[in-house]
Design a protein around this ligand. Structure first.
Ligand SMILES: [Fe+2]
Ligand SMILES: [Fe+2]
Length: 209
């Protein structure tokens, strides 16, 4: 498989999400309301799958390897544009989260803010994906030897393997911060449990009822 392959496969799933967001927009316009969980699920997909997992492999592996090659001015320009476009995607999701919170707090106009963000994502992603699929990924494969391609693929697998741990490590830290920050004097549950096993300490559960 070429290193373009897994990225193009991931594009197909992102397109499915985009299609669901598009259906969501019609539903919101019709019903004049939205299920906040729908927003949360799209944000999770956009942040973890589209950005961290997919853009992460593009930027941290493929583009990094390409930047070490003597690529054409045209390819360099497209690569820079793609990185900038990822930033736009990230910013749009950030604004979507603010709009989601505004909606939850009953702020007037929040539903339109949500629709605007969704429309931006629906317009942005197919165009960005087409640019990569049709004008970049396959062309830049030429810069790599078979051995280099294999190394890139291996790096992808390792990146993906670590991702699930990163996601849930982040979730634990988030829960800790959001709900139990008043227990700062305690060690984290995980660390305390590790210490207990090592007979160094008892788990600190003070305050947890
Ligand atoms: Fe991209
Ligand atoms: Fe992509």
């Amino acid at each position: 498989m070429q290193p373009a392959g897994p990225l193009m496969i991931e594009h197909r799933l992102i397109e499915k999400m985009v299609s669901l967001i598009s259906k969501g927009i019609n539903k919101i316009k019709l019903e004049k309301k939205i299920d906040i969980l729908f927003i949360d699920k799209t944000v999770d997909f956009m942040r973890v799958y589209a950005d961290r997992c997919h853009h992460g492999k593009e930027e941290n592996i493929l583009f990094r390897c390409l930047s070490k090659k003597d690529i054409s001015e045209d390819h360099k320009r497209i690569m820079d544009e793609l990185v900038q476009e990822h930033i736009v995607g990230r910013e749009t999701v950030k604004i979507l989260v603010q709009a989601r919170n505004n909606y939850g707090n009953g702020k007037e106009g929040a539903l339109n803010e949500i629709i605007n963000c969704f429309e931006k994502l629906v317009n942005f992603y197919p165009w960005h994906i087409a640019k990569e699929d049709k004008h970049f990924f396959l062309e830049v494969m030429e810069y790599f030897s078979d051995k280099e391609k294999e190394a890139i693929l291996n790096e992808y697998w390792e990146f993906d393997r670590k991702l699930i741990h990163e996601k849930y490590q982040g979730l634990i830290e988030n829960i800790q911060k959001e709900y139990f920050s008043d227990l700062d004097s305690c060690q984290s549950t995980v660390t305390a449990e590790q210490d207990r096993i090592g007979n160094k300490d008892e788990p600190c559960d003070a305050g947890i009822k």
